[in-house]
Design a protein around this ligand. Structure first.
Ligand code: SAM
Length: 280
């Protein structure tokens, strides 16, 4: 049967085989009866049956064609379940999650090789989410809670921190999977905030400020910012002076609030420049 074929390392297939951990994830996900649920990478269905029992609508996205076909066959009599045979990084999540007025609960034991990219995709649709319960490699999970100026602090810490309250549910040891990964995993709960943690102006600008600040970890903030797209229109020395931030610092020493101040200033400046151009 396709669901018992050898796990594919290339797809991060470490399947959960520990019933206790499965129960704890389902409990942590706290699915409400009126919530649609998205499971990314259902694999051999360790979580899927529990999710199907608890949700009014369940969408599965599975990149392994054989496993997607297996789920389609298993769940064909359940009209509440849709299986998308595809790559979560290519699916239009905004369009998918906008199909219902209700916000979504996302539950996943993420494939480790793409977990950071998936986090960025989920960040982009934060306003369509009611909650997320995600299993990540512990190192990636630790990054989300890291304070400024430590090596784990990075783009995901700042971006996800803007819109989510993130808490650790529990740690999962390698023996809970088949095959066993080499490292520990962690289950995290992400609760979207009703308001962003700080005013950032245009969120695209915020993303660009944060990504450019972390792009070259050994370089000073001023040099990092100069490589950003907005630096073609904005004087970064003026930006840093206006925001009272020392350009000789490294990007990873800035707090979320300091990134927010930079982003607001860039947003306003770009708006002023475009209004000036329009009035000519
Ligand atoms: N949920 C199952 C469990 O807990 O046992 C499987 C988890 S396994 C760590 C990750 C799953 O994600 C695998 O089924 C894998 O085929 C799937 N996957 C890998 N890359 C994917 C992608 N780009 N899009 C969707 N699913 C993907």
């Amino acid at each position: 049967m396709s669901a018992t074929r050898r796990p594919l390392k290339s797809l991060g297939q470490n399947f959960l085989v520990d019933g206790n951990v499965i129960d704890k994830i389902i409990h942590a996900a706290a699915i409400q009866p009126d919530q649609p649920v998205l499971e990314i990478g259902p694999g051999r269905g360790a979580l899927t049956g529990h999710l199907a029992e608890r949700s009014m609508q369940l969408v599965l996205i599975e990149f392994d064609h054989a496993l997607a076909a297996w789920h389609q066959d298993q769940l064909k009599d359940n009209p509440c379940v849709t299986v998308i045979d595809g790559d979560v990084l290519k699916v239009d999540l905004d369009a998918l999650l906008s199909q219902t007025p209700q916000k979504w609960n996302v539950v996943a034991n993420l494939p480790y090789n793409i977990s950071t990219e998936v986090l960025f995709r989920l960040y982009d649709v934060h306003d369509r989410l009611a909650r997320m319960t995600l299993m990540l490699q512990k190192e990636v999970g630790d990054r989300l809670a890291a304070p400024p100026d430590c090596s784990a602090y990075g783009v995901t810490t700042v971006l996800l921190g803007l819109w989510f309250d993130i808490s650790r549910a529990f740690v999962v040891h390698p023996g809970s999977f088949h095959p066993s990964p080499k490292v520990d995993s962690v289950v995290l709960n992400f609760i979207p905030r009703s308001e962003a943690r700080a005013e950032v102006g245009d969120e695209n600008v915020f993303r660009s400020v944060v990504k450019s600040a972390f792009a070259m970890r050994r370089k000073t903030l001023i040099n990092c910012l100069k490589s950003a797209e907005f630096a073609k229109q904005i004087d970064c020395n003026e930006l840093l002076e206006a925001c009272s931030i020392d350009g000789r610092r490294r990007g990873e020493t800035l707090s979320l609030e300091e990134f927010a101040v930079l982003s607001c200033w860039v947003t306003k400046k770009l708006q002023a420049l475009s209004e000036k151009a329009a009035s000519k």
